[in-house]
Design a binder for this molecule. Structure first.
Ligand code: P5A
Length: 435
């Protein structure tokens, strides 16, 4: 992409309404624009990040055996009256009436709807287990939407729903999602800590929150440093019930708690060298809730002995749009965003410091053609402006081309994280960038 043609409205000043760094940087780097309180439009650069996060979340859900569907954003109120949540949800639910005076709502979550869909399609225990997920916009009329996309009213969530014949089966499904989450957050370049959680209005008695480490996070956390060092992707953890059991045992044996649940006695038992405190942001939440929805919504299947069974369910959420803000909270410096490679909107910014110079233009074009995801700053702007914008938007690499270097066929390659710079030949620069 050529920056001269790209829609990238960056801001020089910090927007007054933004209280936290990710919100400031998302506005300044031209990722999003607010349309109403807690409701955002995604601009080209931000939308690329959102899509990259979504793709990694999707790959890991698929790898764990979940199947993607797409449910609508608008739901009939009737389903929620059946589960009893229509009144419970209160003002957080955006209620809508259609032209026939039918009560509808903008879905804050989809437990009821997926139960109805599964009920319609499944006949017997042979249809179990299943895990269905979608990645869809939700609406919650939060009292105080704030911190940009971190606590929005409209937000993108990945929500998965598992159906099992019994508690034992549901626990396997629950553990599989837990492993998928650890793998997902690691692949996004984040350190995530799973924490025992209250299940809140969703209900149930087995629940974990996933907190990613960020100095600017809202909750204070205490955890075993093992969580930072285990490689969930390459560590050989698999999705068979036996390996999931081992994984879950290892996971829950390690200490992790928010300040509200911090247990001093248990903390003292963690070896001193492994005790870590930090701050974090909740990016995922998973629940087992048994027959809470299957029973009232009449999801009954024929069991192996012909007697009816009511499936045990769980639901598993990841805040996909919140993750864009959370990644920035975890990965930034005084000059701007520092995208982890896997979610960066482009891989490399090519800075043409003298667009009128033939050698600069030629070298930039060669780089631009060779690098698959490059953003070429070909604007007629001062070098200082280009450096500032490149740091602000935070692509992992910057290939800086000035007249002196270009004449010698050389490029300055800067790594955004850490700021290390090297002057290299075109070939060496490409080898480093593409290797
Ligand atoms: C689990 C999936 C649920 O809704 N039902 C379906 C369950 N859980 S949750 O904890 O309420 O939400 C899941 C994740 O969504 C993100 N999230 C938000 N992101 C941005 N703005 C919001 N207002 C918001 N509310 C929830 C969080 O990452 C949460 O973990």
């Amino acid at each position: 992409m050529r920056l001269s043609k790209y829609f990238l409205p960056t801001l020089k000043e910090n927007p007054a309404e933004a209280q936290i760094v990710s919100h400031r940087l998302m506005l300044r780097a031209g990722l999003v624009r607010q349309q109403a309180a807690g409701i955002y439009a995604w601009l080209p650069l931000g939308f690329r990040v959102l899509k990259k996060i979504e793709a990694i979340v999707r790959e890991e859900q698929d790898a764990a055996g979940a199947q993607e569907v797409l449910m609508p954003t608008i739901q009939p109120a009737e389903l929620w009256q059946q589960s009893g949540r229509y009144d419970d949800y209160g003002k957080e639910m955006l209620r809508i009436t259609d032209r026939h005076d039918r009560p509808m709502l903008y879905g804050p979550t989809n437990e009821e709807m997926i139960t109805e869909i599964f009920k319609d399609g499944a006949k017997s225990y042979r249809d179990l287990p299943k895990n269905l997920y979608h990645i869809q916009w939700k609406f919650r009329d939060e009292v105080r939407p704030r911190f940009g996309v971190m606590r929005g009213r409209e937000f993108l969530m990945k929500d998965a729903y598992s159906f099992d014949a019994d508690y034992e089966g549901a626990v396997v499904s629950y553990r599989a999602m837990m492993l998928a989450y650890m793998r997902t957050f690691q692949r996004l370049g984040l350190k995530a800590i799973p924490m025992q959680a209250d299940s809140g209005p969703i209900g149930g008695d087995l629940s974990h929150e996933f907190i990613i480490l960020a100095e600017t996070g809202e909750s204070e956390i205490f955890y075993d440093s093992d969580f930072e060092t285990v490689d969930w992707v390459k560590g050989g953890y698999g999705y068979t019930p036996a390996s999931l059991e081992k994984f879950f045992a290892e996971m829950t044996a390690r200490y992790a708690a928010t300040d509200e649940k911090h247990d001093k006695a248990a903390w003292e038992k963690v070896p001193q060298a492994r005790r870590r405190t930090g701050r974090g942001i909740e990016v995922g939440h998973i629940f087992y809730f048994g027959q809470k929805y299957s029973a009232p919504l009449g999801l009954t299947l024929a069991g192996p002995d012909g007697r009816p069974i009511i499936p045990h369910m769980g639901s598993y959420g990841i805040g996909v749009s919140r993750l864009v803000g959370a990644v920035i909270e975890a990965c930034h410096d005084a000059n701007g965003i520092v995208w982890p490679d896997p979610v960066a909107p482009f891989r490399c910014a090519i800075l043409n410091l003298k667009p009128g110079d033939a050698a600069c233009a030629a070298l930039c074009e060669r780089l631009y053609r060779a690098i698959p995801e490059a953003l070429l700053d070909d604007r007629d702007e001062r070098a200082g402006v280009k450096f500032g914008d490149a740091d602000l938007i935070g692509l992992p690499w910057q290939a800086i081309v000035g007249p002196r270097g270009a004449a010698a066929g050389r490029v300055e390659l800067k790594r955004r994280a850490g700021g290390e710079r090297q002057e290299l030949s075109l070939e060496d620069a490409l080898a480093k960038l593409l290797g």
